[in-house]
Write a protein that binds this ligand. Sequence first.
Ligand code: ADP
Ligand code: C5P
Length: 244
Amino acid sequence: LESRNIEKPTTSPATENLHKQPFVIGVAGGAASGKTTVCDMIIQQLHDQRVVLVNQDSFYHNLTEEELARVHEYNFDHPDAFNTEKLLDSMENLRHGQAVDIPNYDFKSYKNNVFPARRVNPSDVIILEGILIFHDPRVRELMNMKIFVDTDADVRLARRIRRDTVEKHRDIGAVLDQYSKFVKPAFDDFILPTKKYADIIIPRGGDNHVAIDLIVQHIRTKLGQHDLCKIYPNLYVIQSTFQL
Ligand code: ADP
Ligand code: C5P
């Protein structure tokens, strides 16, 4: 146990932050790895807390007429496909206690201005989910906890084929072409390299109940610390003075 002598601050910025700032969780992983499933399970278990889910998909750029005409040549798995500035703006507002309107993305029309937008209120926990949510360092810096859902490529491909043909009514040939031309290379070049930023790597996604239970326990502990700091503002000083 290390004891450090720290002057008691008159106002502690860290304590003030704990009053207001939401606990931000990032959930990354390949397409169809089970990110949404994992987020839904976490949200279900945290039913007594104010939790919101923000999908990176909502921040896809709208396509120009030219891009729409050649949509099979568009790379939806490249970091440039997302409007990260807008995502950062929305997060900034949420962190300052302001509600934001998050666009709804329509995978059929490739447009993100589907009316009405989703109104998201400031919450205790914000979950940011998306294939490339760990790519931009400014977005990573917002996160208190980073989770990478690690599911085998063949499982992801099988799920994607089922989802894109059954739910999105896409042609299987086009799904396979998109996978080999864009999805797989982008996973190797941009998504997999962000795994190193994760605090927790979940094998088998939503099947891994033990991992999800542990994550929820940790979030509850952290939220409890937020609450304690609201009741005992000097707790920050005690925490800083004694460090294991
Ligand atoms: P992501 O958000 O990473 O794209 P999803 O959670 O939406 O992944 O899952 C992709 C598809 O795979 C969905 O159709 C979902 O129902 C299915 N799926 C997800 N997890 C499992 C699982 N553990 N077992 C079977 N199917 C699953
Ligand atoms: O939900 P998930 O993380 O799987 O969504 C990301 C995937 O959606 C990407 O792999 C991308 O190729 C795909 N996508 C698509 N068509 C769009 C937008 C994204 O197939 N219009």
